[in-house]
Design a protein around this ligand. Structure first.
Ligand code: ATP
Ligand code: MG
Length: 439
């Protein structure tokens, strides 16, 4: 028989590891709520045109998309990122008309890119990200960076570096592109194939080349800072001032251009400096985009966002020795010591669960010893034993594992008995003389 495995570049997230994911998602949702962001869920695939925009020079669009057609119909693509889909949705649902701009949205979900798999780089990976659409104000750029930074800090990351740059407005960027083109034309024959293609298509993207990164021609390239017009410079200064005011440390990296074509003004990357990260060290990254809403047929409105790779975040957390797995325990495990006890266990488990107690039971009619092993493995606080005698008398025996104390109660009183035992447990405090609990 054929044994299937996960396709190359994809992973199962197993139940034993899911706690970490839940912790991260909890922190994400909590912070997004504090910053007044609402979740958006868009389709996993979109019309290919949503991602593949005219003249796009990025690798993601040109080499990494999972594109398909069904029954000869229009081309569809599994989303490689979320910004395009969210902006499409913003325009489709005319969110710009809802007042109270900016629209502040966040998402969590899988993305698909046909890349060479390596540590921190998969073909299916998960992103949490935000988009703030409708207002261009440098304080929003600052808050967006601060939100991502607060989340990774709250999870415990400290080995972080914020890299910041500006791509300026259209005028500044166009002047800069002319200067870059002139500079790189001199040495283009010695540069990689991608660089040759980018020289005409988008010379900014040459700065992002992974092959020719450390060559002399790269090091001597003109700097964006020298081509910013007054507005672009003031805008960027305001972003820097805001980050200073919040005490978020950053470095200006004038070669940071980001992998996608639609960015304008502020761009940033937050990198883990932990040595476990290898070359995939960016935990989250993003920037402002001025033309995208209009591209999708909406009004001329600006947006800003970032995306965080959750798998990369987990690698960074593990690199810093931060353990997110919580000590999972069960309130009660029910031991069934006869066939007859099974129905009774069903009823008791249902009562306990309805009252909010986590509860599991034996389904295999195993030996007492084997069932007690499950109590230990599942770290249950109480063992609820249904022996022969209990069945005859309509009772259950509750054993508190920590104290090894046992108590027999009528089956129908199980919830009251558990409430009482749990109250007692809570009152095993050291409040001493100042205790006001009355016990
Ligand atoms: P890179 O330069 O690493 O390819 P990118 O510029 O393609 O990154 P974005 O599209 O901005 O990255 O995605 C934002 C974040 O999503 C990245 O910083 C990273 O944390 C994560 N990410 C991107 N691609 C992958 C992938 N293939 N596997 C895992 N995480 C990824
Ligand atoms: Mg990439």
């Amino acid at each position: 028989m054929k044994q299937f495995q996960t396709p190359r570049g994809t992973n199962d997230i197993l139940p034993k590891d899911i706690e970490k994911w839940h912790r991260i998602e909890d922190v994400v949702r909590q912070f997004c709520m504090l910053y007044d962001y609402k979740e958006i869920r868009t389709p996993i695939f979109e019309d290919t045109g949503v991602f593949k925009r005219e003249n796009d020079s990025s690798d993601m669009v040109n080499k990494e998309m999972y594109t398909f057609t069904i029954n000869g119909k229009d081309s569809l693509t599994l989303r490689p990122e979320m910004t395009a889909g969210v902006v499409r949705s913003f325009v489709q649902h005319k969110m710009f008309g809802e007042g109270d701009l900016p629209a502040k949205m966040y998402y969590i979900g899988p993305q698909f890119r046909y890349e060479r798999p390596q540590k921190g780089r998969q073909r299916i990976f998960h992103q949490f990200g935000v988009e703030v659409i409708g207002v261009k104000n440098p304080m929003l750029d600052v808050e967006t960076i601060a939100l991502g930074y607060s989340i990774v800090s709250a999870l415990g990351l400290s080995e972080l570096k914020v890299l910041l740059n500006t791509l300026g407005d259209d005028e500044s960027r166009n002047n800069y592109k002319v200067a870059l083109k002139e500079h790189f034309s001199k040495g283009i024959d010695d540069m990689c194939g991608d660089c040759k293609r980018r020289l005409d298509q988008n010379p900014l993207r040459l700065l992002d080349c992974k092959v020719d990164h450390d060559t002399e021609i790269m090091r001597t390239a003109p700097k964006m800072g020298d081509y910013l017009n007054k507005e672009s410079k003031e805008y960027f200064d305001a972003v820097c001032n805001g980050l200073d005011a919040l005490g978020i440390p950053y470095e200006i990296d004038d070669r940071l251009v980001r992998g996608l074509d639609y960015y304008t003004d502020t761009v940033f990357e937050v990198v883990s400096t932990n040595d476990q990260m290898g070359s995939q060290s960016t935990v989250f990254a993003g920037g402002r985009y001025d033309g995208l809403v209009e591209y999708f047929g909406g009004p001329e409105l600006s947006g800003i966002g970032f995306a965080m790779g959750i798998e990369r975040l987990i690698i960074a957390l593990e690199g810093e020795g931060i353990d997110l797995s919580e000590d999972e325990s069960l309130d009660a495990y029910i031991l069934c010591l006869s066939e007859k006890a099974s129905l009774e266990a069903l009823k008791i488990a249902t009562m306990l669960r309805a009252a909010g107690y986590t509860c599991e039971r034996d389904y295999l009619n195993r030996s007492f010893k084997a069932q007690f092993k499950s109590v230990e493995r599942k770290n249950a606080k109480f063992a609820i034993i249904l022996g022969e005698k209990d069945l005859e008398n309509g009772t259950v025996t509750i054993k508190e594992i920590a104290t090894q104390e046992q108590k027999v109660v009528a089956s129908e009183d199980i919830v009251d008995a558990m409430d009482e035992l749990n109250d007692n447990e809570e009152h095993e405090c050291t409040c001493g003389d100042e205790c006001t609990c009355g016990k």
